[in-house]
Design a binder for this molecule. Structure first.
Ligand SMILES: NC(=O)c1ccc[n+]([C@@H]2O[C@H](COP(=O)([O-])OP(=O)(O)OC[C@H]3O[C@@H](n4cnc5c(N)ncnc54)[C@H](O)[C@@H]3O)[C@@H](O)[C@H]2O)c1
Length: 506
């Protein structure tokens, strides 16, 4: 294979630089490694050697290929030695002044048609290129850690970047087997922007004391199929990384409420409870393994009350069938009897609002999240309101746990847990499409590969139904009065017209 760039230079050979160097060598380029720290480029070279030897040892790489890759990588000890490069990628410290100065020096060294690329994750590509003689030659080229395993790369056009430069980087990415996605130069690009909903909304509901960290994680994993709960994820990433990203994107978008960070993570960061790497985060760790609090026990209830279901409940027919399957005694009169457990199943509204609006006895009213098909989830979620009697709460818990399915009982919340977190994710993704950060297709690919979500956010919204997501957001805005939940025009229009969230305009 003929590499699109014959010679690729890597400036900064730390965690990211060496991973990118591996990809460049595997694409067939000659790779020059340069780092200001003495011995760092040589260390990266020997780390690459170890990586390829390990792959050979596991039978995953042909020894002759490993030799060829290694033969193409060279450590150099001066920046001037990068003169023959057709492409130079920087992965140095995340500082605008350092990156600007570096590129100013590089453009004096390399040929005018050489491509310059920055692996920045949070700085503006446009700002990095602003003082260059040839800003059209510089693009963002954002890899994820660990580079060989995270098979998506964002190619970012700054304001003056030439389309040809982006095309070359896109084609080069395919040469080493990763998936390129195109992003406009906006804070967080695609992946770090789309990822704002999951953690921040989970933090909000925990901050409201709807339920605890572990319950939130269990619900999102069991109902929606997320591999890691938001708090497990923050523990893994560590708060010294994730909290500053939350703050940075929020401020770069001039305090947009959709990205508002939380005092919970600010406080924990200040207190050094960073996550797994410090042995204590949202979870405690023993020998690197999280100590999970036990699930609350199912209450023992000897006689269950009859159940009355609100006529306005979401998925009412399915809920009635479920109650039948669970052996409940179902009331069919227009109003509940004096002893009935009253069930509501809101979308976006809280149990309190429904009890008040439908004039139901709040002491006997419990909510169930029916946004998703019960059969498609591994957990049921019930919510009380401030007036719910404990015997009614326990009866509902026992009833819905009768077939052995996990049940979580939370406090009142507009949109329970899953509805509000998923609606927030979908809304942010929809607004990214509205802003033209990327195409709907690239957004879906970037999020599934970069964040490991079970499906892209737009597909998530389509699965629930764009009209339902819209209803959830309108109702959450009513409950909380927070512009954070205002639906993006992209979602609002597609929801109102019953269109897929993937639908683009001609
Ligand atoms: N680590 C990640 O998860 C990740 C993911 C995506 C993007 N990034 C971005 O990649 C870049 C590098 O991150 P990293 O985690 O590899 O950092 P790192 O600290 O592991 O490596 C940085 C290397 O750059 C060298 N360096 C610093 N200034 C230099 C200069 N002026 N000239 C040459 N070498 C210089 C350092 O000696 C060091 O070896 C940053 O911009 C970061 O934001 C990091």
């Amino acid at each position: 294979m003929q590499a699109l760039f014959h010679t690729t230079g890597l400036v900064g050979t730390g965690a990211m630089g060496r991973g990118i160097a591996q990809m460049a060598a595997q694409a067939g380029s000659t790779v020059l490694l340069y780092d200001t720290q003495a011995g760092a480029a040589e260390a990266a070279l020997s780390a690459l050697q170890t990586t390829w030897q390990t792959l050979v040892g596991k039978g995953k790489l042909d020894p002759s290929k490993a030799d060829a890759y290694l033969g193409r990588v060279h450590a150099v000890d001066s920046i001037a030695a990068l003169a023959p490069c057709d492409l130079v990628i920087e992965a140095v410290v995340e500082r605008l002044d350092v990156k600007r100065q570096l590129f100013a020096e590089l453009e004096r060294i390399v040929r005018p048609e050489a491509v310059l690329a920055t692996n920045t994750s949070s700085l503006s590509v446009t700002a990095i290129a602003a003082s260059l003689q040839r800003p059209q030659q510089l693009a963002g080229y954002h890899f994820f850690n660990p580079v060989p395993l995270m098979r998506v790369v964002e190619v970012i056009a700054g304001l003056k970047t030439s389309a040809h430069v982006c095309q070359q980087l896109t084609a080069y990415t395919k040469q080493f087997g990763h998936t390129p996605v195109a992003a406009q130069d906006t804070p967080g690009f695609i992946v770090n922007h789309a990822g704002r909903g999951y953690g921040t909304e989970a933090l909000r509901l925990v901050g409201e004391r709807v339920c605890d960290f572990a319950t939130t994680d269990r619900i999102l994993k069991d109902q929606m199929g997320f591999r890691l709960g938001p708090f497990e994820l923050m523990d893994l990433t560590a708060l010294d990384v994730s909290h500053p990203v939350m703050e940075s994107i929020y401020h770069q978008y001039f305090e947009e409420p959709r990205y508002r960070p939380s005092v919970i993570t600010a406080q924990r960061l200040a207190g050094g409870m960073l996550g797994k790497k410090t042995g204590a985060g949202f979870y405690a760790y023993e020998k690197g393994v999280a100590l999970l609090p036990p699930e609350p026990a199912v209450p023992e209830v000897t006689t269950l009350p009859p159940v009355w279901v609100s006529p306005k409940a979401a998925r009412r027919a399915e809920l009635l069938q479920l109650l039948k399957d669970l052996g409940a005694s179902i009331e069919t009169a227009p109003a509940p009897s004096a002893t009935a457990l009253i069930l509501v199943a809101p979308l976006g509204l809280d149990v309190t609002t429904l009890a008040a609006v439908e004039r139901l006895d709040p002491t006997r009213t419990v909510g169930i999240d029916m946004m998703l098909d019960d059969k498609a989830t591994r957990r049921r979620v019930l919510a009380t309101n401030p007036a719910t009697r404990s015997d009614m709460r326990d009866a509902a818990h026992a009833l819905f746990a009768r077939d052995g399915k996990a049940v979580s009982v939370i406090r009142d919340s507009g949109g329970f847990v899953t509805q509000r977190v998923v609606a927030t994710i979908v809304n942010i993704a929809a607004d990214m499409c509205q802003q033209g950060v990327c195409s709907p297709a690239d957004l879906e690919v970037a999020v599934t590969l970069g964040l490991g979500y079970p499906m892209g956010p737009l597909a998530m919204g389509d699965r629930i139904g764009s009209a339902n997501v819209l209803e959830i957001l309108f109702n959450m805005q009513t409950v909380y009065g927070d512009p954070r939940y205002r639906p993006s025009p992209w979602l609002r229009r597609r929801g109102a017209l019953g269109l897929s969230l993937m639908q683009e305009e001609d």
